[in-house]
Design a binder for this molecule. Structure first.
Ligand SMILES: NC(=O)c1ccc[n+]([C@@H]2O[C@H](COP(=O)([O-])OP(=O)(O)OC[C@H]3O[C@@H](n4cnc5c(N)ncnc54)[C@H](OP(=O)(O)O)[C@@H]3O)[C@@H](O)[C@H]2O)c1
Length: 370
């Protein structure tokens, strides 16, 4: 099932209560700076100007909050209103409007479907072809295993690719460009609704925007349409406003990490949930946290520097080979293989010579919490 956002909020709240750490959270408290200290540890500056020192820093500020608009901007001037999908809430402002949605990710799909129910016309501008996956395969939500676990993951991908071709057919028959990659070699665009909206004539497909021309938009194929509102569904930048660029910077959304958690330079800095799974992120964030807590308690030791750097390089090359050089795909992981590698690494690291714990805490407390 796909839970409602209120259920997700309820889950987070009950998680905090279950593990009894609400008193450790400071709400409405922005971190404005995080600087590494000589000899280890971090100094954190809060919005009120106060500074605090910590032995280790876990960063979990998310990577879908800093909108990425088309860069460079499209030439020309547009008379209508323009927003990024980050600010889209409801379709009401688009009643009887001619709406242009740009992008081919999940935001573009959901927003084009919603506005198409109220708009005069919704245009969907896409700059390249993607596979569109239905929300359910064989009656199960897409991220639930439909094939036996003993099948190698590469085979599972192939079989799912074939099932998609049978279920969805050729996307070019819907007026969409042909995908320029194999199924699941891009972050999946999932929608069971967009294709019927196209075939019902409520969403019209266009290529990328070439130019803004007052009340009109001109597309790269030379066609032009009168448009009232543009919604850029062009994704997000990975940014850390509390780090100075010389401390941490993710240029083009690149931040190579050991299994998407450990930073090669700072051994007391960890990233939680900074990954793009084919599947749900919350269980992965929880497993990552267990891994970090074992490290902090001295129950897990990292591999030697050379091995660690090699693993980071290998992971980055594998992602680049499968997904190409796109800022959208710098931190992709497949859910089951990623979980397997986390637990394998935890096991390996528990057998390496132990390093002294970074923090003091009773093992029982962590075990009970996890
Ligand atoms: N229902 C859901 O579960 C749901 C709904 C919304 C979002 N999400 C999730 O939220 C995350 C963000 O999704 P998103 O759709 O907002 O962003 P996204 O996945 O990054 O997709 C951005 C889209 O915009 C295109 N694009 C970027 N710059 C462009 C430009 N200058 N001109 C034309 N096209 C451009 C990209 O094409 P290229 O690939 O060619 O760069 C891509 O098709 C994803 O993890 C997504 O799964 C989930």
């Amino acid at each position: 099932m796909f839970p409602h956002h209120t259920q997700i909020a309820e889950y987070f709240n009950s998680y905090v209560d279950r593990f009894n750490f609400r008193q450790n959270i400071r709400f409405h408290c922005m971190v404005t700076n995080a600087s590494p200290l000589d000899g280890g540890g971090w100094e954190i500056t809060l919005q009120d100007g106060s500074t605090h020192r910590y032995r280790a820093l876990l960063v979990a500020n998310g990577h879908h909050w800093d909108p990425r608009c088309p860069e460079p901007p499209f030439p020309g001037h547009f008379n209508g209103d323009v927003i990024h999908s980050h600010y889209y809430k409801v379709p009401d402002p688009y009643v009887d409007k001619r709406v242009l949605v740009l992008g081919f990710g999940n935001s573009a799909m959901d927003i084009a479907v919603e506005t198409s129910r109220v708009s005069t016309m919704t245009y969907l501008a896409v700059r390249r072809g993607f596979h569109i996956l239905p929300k359910y395969i064989l009656g199960k939500p897409l991220d639930q295993p439909v094939l036996p676990a003993w099948l190698p993951y590469a085979w599972q991908l192939k079989i799912i690719g074939m099932a998609l071709r049978l279920q969805v057919g050729k996307l070019t028959d819907y007026g969409l460009p042909a995908p320029d990659h194999k199924a699941l070699h891009a972050h999946p665009t999932v929608s069971s609704d967009i294709l019927p909206r196209i075939t019902h004539g409520r969403v019209k497909i266009k290529p990328n925007i070439r130019e803004l021309a007052g009340d009109e938009v001109i597309f790269v194929d030379g066609t032009r349409e009168k448009i009232d509102s543009i919604i850029y569904c062009t994704g997000y930048k990975v940014t850390f406003p509390f780090f100075k660029p010389e401390v941490i910077e993710a240029k083009n959304n690149e931040l190579p990490l050991f299994l998407r958690v450990f930073h090669p330079r700072y051994r007391d800095l960890f990233f939680i949930g900074l990954l793009q799974p084919l599947g749900a992120i919350m269980p992965l964030a929880e497993f990552q946290s267990i891994w970090v807590s074992k490290y902090l308690l001295g129950e897990y030791a990292l591999p030697a520097e050379k091995e660690l750097l090699h693993a980071i390089q290998h992971e980055r090359e594998a992602v680049r080979k499968r997904y190409g050089n796109s800022p959208r795909h710098t931190m992709q992981v497949d859910f089951p293989p990623y979980v397997k590698s986390l637990f394998t690494e935890m096991e390996r690291g528990s057998k390496r010579p132990a390093s002294p714990p970074l923090i003091q805490c009773s093992v029982e407390a962590v075990t009970a919490d996890t």
